[in-house]
Ligand binder design. Structure first.
Ligand code: SF4
Length: 170
């Protein structure tokens, strides 16, 4: 399985809780106003990586608190990101994901796309919604705007409505 990535950040403490490895997806159709990562928009940019190699390397990095998917738009590359998510989850790796989609949009999309469902249902935390520079949240530890939510994915799926992550700082 191959994946197209804009970059990998080996250690980050601003893309989720604790020390995390961050996988930046290459390709995004959202084109949010004020996006800081416009180089990740083209779907023919970045570099092609082997998913199993990424997984095996990450599993050896036992000092990590978890991994974070961001963009670009991970849900516009749902097949390889679902593959990563399933393997990481199976190995009890904590997974956060930033997306330009809202939770409600993903609920609709996953009805017709099993890969989107597989990606979403294997996450621990989802930061959802388009980035909007005019709504920049300066107080928050994570790069965010006030329309975005930090969602506890497993609890939200269980009760069928959005439950915010316990340490939500928004
Ligand atoms: S979803 Fe992320 S990468 Fe895509 S345009 Fe919005 S902020 Fe940029």
């Amino acid at each position: 399985m191959k994946i197209r990535l804009a970059a990998i950040l080996p250690n980050s403490n601003v893309n989720g809780e604790g020390l995390r490895k961050v996988f930046f997806s290459q390709g995004c159709h959202h084109h949010c106003q004020g996006c800081f990562n416009q180089h990740t928009w083209p779907f023919d940019g970045g570099k092609i990586c082997d998913c199993d190699q990424l997984i095996n390397e990450t599993l050896e990095e036992t000092y990590l608190s978890g991994v974070t998917f961001c963009g670009g738009e991970p849900f516009q590359q749902p097949i390889p990101f679902a593959y990563l998510a399933k393997k990481f989850k199976k190995n009890e790796i904590n997974i956060w994901c930033f997306t330009g989609y809202t939770w409600e949009e993903l609920q609709n999309l996953m009805k017709d796309d099993s890969n989107i469902k597989d990606l979403l249902t294997n996450l621990d935390v989802l930061i959802d919604g388009r980035f909007d520079k005019k709504k920049m949240n300066k107080k928050d530890k994570f790069p965010s705007t006030t329309n975005q939510r930090v969602i506890n994915v497993q609890k939200s799926l269980k009760i069928g409505k959005v439950v915010l992550w316990k340490n939500n700082l928004f």
